[in-house]
Design a protein. Sequence first.
Length: 185
Amino acid sequence: MRRKEGAVVPRWDGRPFFVFAADPGGTTGCATAQWEPASPDDTLTSVEQIKFRQWQIGPGPHHVELWSTLSANPYTMFVWEEFEFRQHIYRDKDGNPHVSRHKVELISRNYIGVMELYVALNNAPHYSLNASAAKHFIDNEKIEQVGLWLPGMGHAMDATRHLLRYMFVKMKIKAPFADIWLADD
């Protein structure tokens, strides 16, 4: 087990899992991955053995719907994107950087609070990561390669990014994904 800011992050030990990932915001993207062996001797060897689900909640206030989503299934891990204060930086026609208005979606912090309350009350394992950690590691092509790309579902795709990065980097579930991502076309 590893710790990140007090949160316990278990490594995958070959047992069944049901991971919930979220990209919280005005529209919250959600993605889950569930694996249960067909028999006691079964091992995870392909992405097709994992049951994935992706959806979005919102737009508009959805605190209760998010809480209900968290409560609806026996998730073994919760993963979400951290809140980040980002200034919008742009370059003028000469290439000089300028800072414009702040690009802050404060409602994201509210939905993270809903998730933090849920995991605290249920003593549930959880992990958060920043947006760039997922986007730099799991690009759109990688999501497409494992057959999970859903056009027009940007927030759900961001949640899928967090889910895949968590599974690959933290849980160390490598073979089914690496086999696809590193295959020669």
